[in-house]
Ligand binder design. Structure first.
Ligand code: NAI
Ligand code: MG
Length: 357
């Protein structure tokens, strides 16, 4: 079986880390006998915008919908295109139209990467944040009235549906079930948000009945953020609504050090549409063009993509490879953000060589 992968580097360091992501991906594919068909696209970038006046071609949906996955770099070049145009015109279109209702981010402290939390070592922080990615607090239900007058009023309603909440909870429970600790934490705020959040808690309970081996706890979002910092070792799989998940999925990776290594997946678990895999970081205009961006966020995203496509062994081999290279700590190989003086390419090549075995 051939996996069709749509490759979209985007802007800035997206174009620099993508070749290293592909190098790792192809090394793993060779070693594990995985057949990949890569298709390259130049849209969803600010260069494309400069040439065409829009971020995507009119038929982007047709062009991408049959891919098995989208491998994405980063979008944004605020000097020429305002961020809300570049982001809404590309990535957010993909997330919505391809119903990528799970946003998944691993939060794992890697060897050789310094955590901003004192005295934390690899093994102490190793969990996933599962964020609902399509509804919840980020709804378009609402409006403005009496604008510019003393009676000005704005309303934006949270929308939670049983379909939308149950499907992300199911994904999170399924994930917890595959992990050794089998633990799920729900982010709530049922003491303050007294309609939707108590209902969210009920849905968590109802879903939990189907997963007797998974132990479940819940925290209100305020103390949960504090516990991410004070007790990151408590967590295994954390599931949250769109807004709470947005916050937690930045805070979690931040607790594990450099933004350059964090990956993320926007998943359509039904497989109706392609899922999208990308580093957490953006296009980093401040370091773009210097060849010093850390490629691990992109490479780890490749590992998540292979796992999503059913190749757990290949995904694990990639993770093992970059952990090994980080552990060795060779400063001529590592990028400056992890204490070296190497380049995107030296680090990418070292990881690919490890993957090849
Ligand atoms: P950013 O993530 O691009 O950069 C933040 C800081 O982290 C910068 O100092 C940068 O040099 C550093 N950094 C990021 N990735 C790195 C890597 N791989 N290795 C070493 N250092 C790294 O966020 P920023 O500056 O807020 O946004 C820049 C552009 O990226 C904007 O246009 C923004 O809209 C876009 N963006 C796109 C995202 C995406 O495509 N998913 C996500 C976040 C931002
Ligand atoms: Mg965010």
């Amino acid at each position: 079986m051939t996996h069709r992968i749509a490759v979209i580097p985007g802007d800035g360091i997206g174009k620099e880390v993508m070749p290293e992501g592909l190098r790792a991906l192809e090394a793993a594919a060779r070693r594990f006998g995985i057949d990949l068909a890569l298709e390259h696209f130049d849209f969803a970038s600010c260069d494309y915008y400069a040439a065409h006046g829009q971020m995507l071609p009119d038929d982007w949906f047709e062009q991408l919908k049959d891919a098995d996955a989208i491998f994405y770099g980063a979008v944004g070049w605020p000097e020429t295109v305002p961020d809300h145009i570049s982001l809404w015109g590309s990535l957010l279109q993909f997330r919505r139209r391809f119903d990528q209702y799970v946003n998944l981010r691993p939060c794992k402290l890697l060897p050789g990467v310094k955590s901003p939390l004192a005295d934390r070592k690899p093994g102490d922080i190793d969990f996933y944040v599962v964020r609902e990615n399509t509804e919840g607090e980020y709804s378009s239900v609402g409006g403005k009235m009496f604008e510019g007058t003393d009676r000005e009023v704005v309303i934006q309603e949270t929308v939670m549906t049983r379909t939308g909440v149950d499907r992300v909870l199911k994904y999170a429970f399924d994930l917890a079930q595959t992990r050794p600790r089998r633990k799920l934490t729900s982010a709530t705020k049922s003491n303050g948000i007294a309609i939707t959040m108590p209902w969210w808690d009920e849905r968590v309970k109802a879903m939990g009945v189907h997963y007797p081996e998974v132990s479940v706890d819940q925290f209100h979002i305020d103390i949960l953020t504090a516990n991410f910092v004070m007790h990151p070792d408590w967590f295994d799989v954390v599931v949250a609504s769109n807004l709470f998940g947005d916050i937690l999925s930045d805070l979690g990776p931040a607790c594990t050090g450099t933004i350059g290594v964090a990956p993320s997946a926007n998943i359509n678990p039904d497989g109706t549409f392609p899922s999208l895999f990308e580093p957490v970081h953006g296009s980093a205009p401040d370091i773009a063009g210097r060849g010093i961006a850390n490629p691990i966020g992109q490479i780890w995203s490749a590992a998540m993509m292979l796992e999503h496509l059913g190749h757990q062994d290949a995904g694990q081999a990639i993770v093992d490879a970059f952990e090994a290279v980080l552990s060795e700590g060779d400063p001529t190989v590592l990028t400056p953000d992890v204490g070296g003086h190497g380049t995107t390419e030296t680090l990418g090549r070292a990881i690919a060589a490890r993957i090849a075995g």
